[in-house]
Design a protein around this ligand. Sequence first.
Ligand code: HEM
Length: 229
Amino acid sequence: MRRESLKKEKWLVYAQSFSMQGTDTTSTALQWIMANLVKHPRIQEKLFEEIQGVVDAGQEEIREDDLHKMPYLKAVVLEGLRRHPPGHFVLPHAVTQDTILDGFRVPKNGSVNFMVAEMGWDAKVWEDPMMFKPERFMNSDNSIDVEAFDITGSKEIKMMPFGAGRRICPGYGLAMLHLEYFLANLIWDFKWVAVDGDSVDLSEKQEFTVVMKNPLEALVSRRERARVG
Ligand code: HEM
């Protein structure tokens, strides 16, 4: 690989690109997931019980090491990304030569994009696609179903919230870690309840990412856990 030193301007572009692509997308994904956990208290409790089974009651913070022992946590994050991908398209790509794609001719340099959200909502691929069901990513023995969550799309593409192939989001590992970490800690410390019965509105609005049209409102109370010491 050819090494070249990066000029200040290039570093700035990279830094800006990473912070823009990284913060909005992750916080949007987290808000959608929390909205679904408020809407579905049973799923929130199941996640809390999983965390309870892994860490001591007195432990203040869920740490990175703990996350690997929580398959349901990962399933909740994946279901959030399938049902509410922050970007409904990837960045524009282009073909380098005249190409036939599914019977359509795309001329050289023609722009190509992918309907990320529609893929995750395809009823031919996903059962009850509009329902929030983290269990779809789990095996009956409570492990994560590796076939269902090939998030990089290296074997087959059933959903691609981070894109796929050479231009896949370079931050996807960090994003998954952040989402699992924040989600686990938010549920471990607090109980989240809908303000008005079960009326969480999942309408969408297109901004830089696809956000909640009516941002989540919830009653948040500290969980009563037996504290050690
Ligand atoms: C839930 C969180 C995230 C989602 C859903 C997401 C999704 C995506 C998608 C769909 C693309 C376009 C891929 C393509 O065009 O094929 C992308 C590109 C990118 N993402 Fe992310 N991303 C997330 C978090 C992050 C984070 C945390 C970082 C950095 C720390 C990051 C940095 C980038 C960069 C720099 C690109 C442009 C890559 C290129 O031009 O080839 N993203 N992301």
